[in-house]
Design a protein around this ligand. Sequence first.
Ligand SMILES: Nc1nc2c(ncn2[C@@H]2O[C@H](COP(=O)(O)OP(=O)(O)O)[C@@H](O)[C@H]2O)c(=O)[nH]1
Ligand SMILES: [Mg+2]
Length: 254
Amino acid sequence: MQQVIVYFVGTAGSGKTFLTKSFAEWLDLKRIDCMVINLDPGVEFVPYSADFDVREYYTLEDIMSKYNVGPNGAQIIGADMITTLIDDIVDEIELSNSEIVLIDTPGQMELFTLRESSIILTKALGVDRSLMVYLFDPILSKKPAGYLSLLFMASSAVFRLEIPQIQVLSKADVLSDRELEKILEWSKNPEVLFDQISSERKTLSLELFNVLRASGFFRPLIPVSAVKGFGMEDIYDGIQEIFYSGEDIEKIMG
Ligand SMILES: Nc1nc2c(ncn2[C@@H]2O[C@H](COP(=O)(O)OP(=O)(O)O)[C@@H](O)[C@H]2O)c(=O)[nH]1
Ligand SMILES: [Mg+2]
């Protein structure tokens, strides 16, 4: 079986690192061989044991002192320096022979989706065997404008990386049943969201809604929780579906 590469992508604090851990544990339980890669040089603690960790090469602190820059500059330099590690990452993946490779991306989403280095990385690892799990932050998803903004960012990640996407509602355990139901309903039945935005008379949101719906970006969200451990099987099924039922990136990319 070919190896599959799974990138965890989402806004800062959306739960990428903990979902990576939780999904890796679930795969272990199912005896599906996986390896985990941490690409965040700024993270202080990772809750999983990484098979490849960018911090063994450089950390944000190293960069700050070496280049005499602050944390923001260092994050950008750190993201760009990923290109220097590509050969090592490719070797590690080939050697491991793992069925699934999980990649935990840097805290701030734009450091991954907007830097050229990520495009070079995804190409080097093979776009045909890659997908991303995109995390919707549950707190931001509660309001129509927040939900729509996250969907817009989800679409920009696909636009940049050109790999298929599985959309999950992360940390779903922090939502009440009612909130959870409402957000899932928006994702399954965008007209409900449309009605709500219309009632708020938000013209710009309506324009954005139409663009996203026309481009096929509304998908039923998969509720997941790293803390409670639910949703892992659904992510796995989503991966299977993309690679074996032939979901086609071209459908989205046009
Ligand atoms: N309640 C709850 N908290 C979570 C969950 N996943 C992550 N967190 C918390 O959310 C914060 C950010 O998570 P993290 O995985 O580091 O986010 P990242 O920046 O996207 O990697 C941490 O304090 C986690 O403890 C979850 O499923 N449920
Ligand atoms: Mg993280």
